[in-house]
Write a protein that binds this ligand. Structure first.
Ligand SMILES: [Zn+2]
Ligand SMILES: [Zn+2]
Length: 345
């Protein structure tokens, strides 16, 4: 059954040539830029294509994928598309909106003379688009195809298209997203029985998370750096467990510093670029307002834990299975050797 509500389309037009709702949706895009959040959102959007990935959004423009992810999902479809994969929209869930161009069509020969009447108008009775000046008439299918040389097409504004988030549907399970190129060290996660799930964080606040209880890493991006950060949390959790300790819930400054620094080292080792500047800013922000003695204690604790984390990850990567596996699957054959070098530091 097709369900779920789409709010009424509302008054058609604002002064911009856009529908009012499109103006609201476009403001969301502007806000992404103004807040700088676009840098995070785009790294979520920029998923490499899984060859088996047949989500309809894969054929959308970048701006619409940014809008989709900004509204908290990696998969939005219309009701018919959901029904086709045996899922239905949960009652009373609202649509999210993406934008689509609204076109104006004019008669190519009359427009040359700059005639104001060159605009093609739809005549309901004839079911044709007509030019009042020269009497040209064109079938709607030819107009929308955009290939008829007698018709000029331009974008006059934007309208909205409602879509429903996968999170607002129920039904048959969907294939789980797997990146075309898994991150280096994914073999380590596999060896530790960690379930790596690619999914937008519903709260929209983070690019990734590690949940110790379910031993699951959620990734909202294919950036290897985020994976390194989360697997460092997992390793930290294992190291802590040896002394009867455990990760704290939420964002604990010490455990974040541990994951951040470990990921920074791993990133450089695996040739994924430096995240030093980012890490430095992060640590400075964490240290602000902390007293001198407290900072010393913090630094010592963090460094001990980073050592434990890197030791555990790299020894697992080099051990039988995980290292060979990740080397073959990722094309990072040099990893083992480089890992060995770092361990001597
Ligand atoms: Zn004409
Ligand atoms: Zn973290």
């Amino acid at each position: 059954m097709a369900m779920g509500k789409t709010r009424a389309a509302g008054p058609r037009q604002g002064g911009s040539g856009n529908t009012r709702r499109a103006d609201l949706v476009l403001r969301r895009l502007v806000e992404e830029f103004r807040s700088g959040r676009i840098t995070e959102t785009i790294s979520k959007v920029d998923f490499l294509r899984d060859p088996r990935d047949n989500r309809p959004c894969m054929s959308w423009s970048l701006k619409n994928r940014v809008l989709m992810v900004g509204q908290g999902t990696f998969d939005a479809r219309n009701v018919a598309q959901w029904n086709r994969v045996n899922r239905r929209v949960i009652a009373r869930r609202s649509a999210i909106y993406i934008i689509r161009p609204l076109h104006a069509y004019s008669c190519a020969s009359c427009a040359k003379g700059a005639a104001r009447g060159a605009r093609l108008r739809y005549a309901r009775s004839a079911r044709l688009f007509e030019c009042r000046t020269c009497g040209l008439s064109v079938a709607p299918s030819a107009i929308r195809g955009g290939s008829d040389p007698a018709v000029l097409r331009r974008i006059r504004g934007f309208g909205c298209q409602p879509e429903f988030r996968v999170e607002d549907t129920v039904g048959d399970a969907l294939p789980e997203y797997a990146p075309a190129r898994p991150p280096p060290l994914h073999g380590v996660a596999k060896k530790w029985g960690i379930h790596v799930k690619y999914q937008v964080d519903p709260s929209g606040s983070s690019l990734g998370s590690y949940e110790a209880r379910s031993n699951t890493i959620h990734l909202g991006t294919e950036s290897p750096w985020v994976f390194f950060h989360e697997i460092s949390h997992a390793a930290d959790s294992m190291v802590l467990a040896r002394s009867g300790r455990a990760l704290k819930g939420g964002q604990d400054p010490v455990q974040e510093a541990v994951a951040q620094l470990s990921a920074c080292v791993l990133s450089e080792m695996y040739g994924m670029g430096s995240t030093r500047a980012h890490t430095r800013d992060y640590l400075r922000a964490q240290a602000r307002g902390t007293g001198e003695r407290e900072l010393v204690r913090l630094a010592l604790d963090v460094l001990d834990r980073v050592e434990g984390v890197l030791g555990l990850i790299l020894s697992t990567a080099q051990g039988s299975g995980a290292a060979a596996e990740s080397g073959q699957e990722d094309g990072h054959r040099g990893d083992g050797a480089r890992a060995g070098k770092i361990r001597g530091h």
